[in-house]
Design a protein around this ligand. Structure first.
Ligand code: EPU
Length: 337
């Protein structure tokens, strides 16, 4: 374990922003993590996982802990279920593929989501009708101040839509070190009724899909809409889908009778932010090195050497325009650093 100075974070964030860490350390063992937390406290630290949900608008004047704890294993199993533990630094999609190879079901709809296991619970990653919370068993996390390891149950995590206690009350207090998921070994409960999955399976001429088939369909859909961060820097959905009142939705419908929406409750409706941004005229707009993706307006992209602050300015312009046009506030999903 060593600490390096003035390290570029370009390769460690999926937006590909060339911000620098004042100090940087790569953490590969729990003992190193405990030791360096103890010796560095109470100096400022910054926790970096897969770097897939952040926009760096500044250099980081702190010691960056790059969490690269590795390892995946089956902890317990019954006839029908397995509890799998993966260390925080495992890549999410590689973990999904490992589960598919071992015929473990439950996360096939979450294929190809960028990022690492350790950050998945923080924002309760979700796609195509499934959220991490649906299969979450528990996670282990280290208290930054005391270096004690605590196990958090699903209830403890207080999951919501792209939300958890790690984004709210416990923000910057814990580092997640491993995550345990409860997956199915047989009788997999496939979720194929969301969006384009059924039609994609039809196109692939698959009648009785396996978990691998569902994963394949999700991968195809994602690849057709979402830019690959290895080719074009991005952080997936930049904004959350806003939830508005039914009364406001009725107003919106007067101008846009076909507005896409999801009913959340008797009084609340979720509107796809991508649609609002498209109607506001931003879809596919390019401003030099950065812009709005042309196939999914919810995704902001870095075409080259864009600065985080430029992308942030664009995000604020989009928020302001959507607020002016629709009287709807859209919040960022990505963490602005
Ligand atoms: N839409 C548009 N224009 C656009 C984009 C979307 O009109 O440019 C409308 C369409 O009507 C479409 C609807 O929005 O039917 C929904 O679009 P999509 O299925 O692409 O999903 P989303 O609501 O925009 C959410 C997640 C994604 C996830 C998809 C699929 C959030 C913030 N985003 O996007 O998650 O992959 O559903 O489940 O909830 C991510 O979090 O990084 C992410 C990519």
């Amino acid at each position: 374990m060593n600490v390096r100075e003035n390290v570029s974070l370009k390769d460690f964030n999926t937006f590909g922003i060339d911000a620098k860490a004042n100090r940087y350390t790569n953490i590969t063992t729990l003992n190193d993590l405990k030791y360096i937390l103890k010796t560095e406290a109470p100096k400022p630290i910054f926790i970096l996982g897969g770097g897939s949900n952040m926009l760096l608008t500044n250099d980081i004047d702190a010691l960056v802990f790059h969490i690269n704890l590795k390892g995946t294993k089956i902890l317990e199993e019954t006839v029908n279920h397995a509890i799998v533990e993966a260390q925080a630094g495992e890549n999410w999609h590689e973990f999904v593929l490992w589960c598919l190879e071992n015929n473990l079901g439950g996360i096939e709809n979450l294929s190809l989501i960028p990022g690492n296991i350790g950050t998945a619970p923080i924002q309760n990653i979700g796609a195509y009708g499934v959220e991490l919370k649906d299969v979450f068993h528990s996670c282990n996390a280290i208290n930054i101040k005391t270096q004690e390891i605590k196990t958090f149950s699903k209830l403890d995590c207080q999951f919501g839509y792209r939300e958890s206690i790690f984004k709210r009350g416990l923000k910057s207090k814990y580092i997640i070190t491993s995550v345990c998921l409860q997956l199915t070994k047989n009788n997999h409960k496939l979720q194929t009724d969301y969006g384009a999955i059924t039609s994609e399976l039809g196109r692939l001429k698959i009648e009785n899909p396996s978990i691998k088939d569902v994963s394949k369909a999700v991968i195809n859909i994602r690849q057709s809409k979402l830019p690959d961060p290895k080719q074009i820097g991005n952080s997936g959905s930049f904004f959350k889908n806003p939830i508005i009142s039914k009364i406001q939705f009725e107003e919106l419908k007067k101008d846009f009778p076909n507005a896409p929406h999801y009913i959340i409750s008797e009084t609340e409706i979720k509107i796809p932010a991508g649609w609002l941004i498209e109607i506001a005229g931003f879809k596919g707009k390019r401003f030099g090195n950065y812009g709005v993706h042309n196939k999914q307006a919810l995704v902001l992209v870095n075409y080259g050497e864009a600065l985080g602050e430029d992308i942030f300015k664009l995000a604020k312009l989009i928020q302001k325009t959507v607020l002016r046009l629709f009287d709807i506030k859209i919040e960022t999903e990505v963490n602005i650093i």
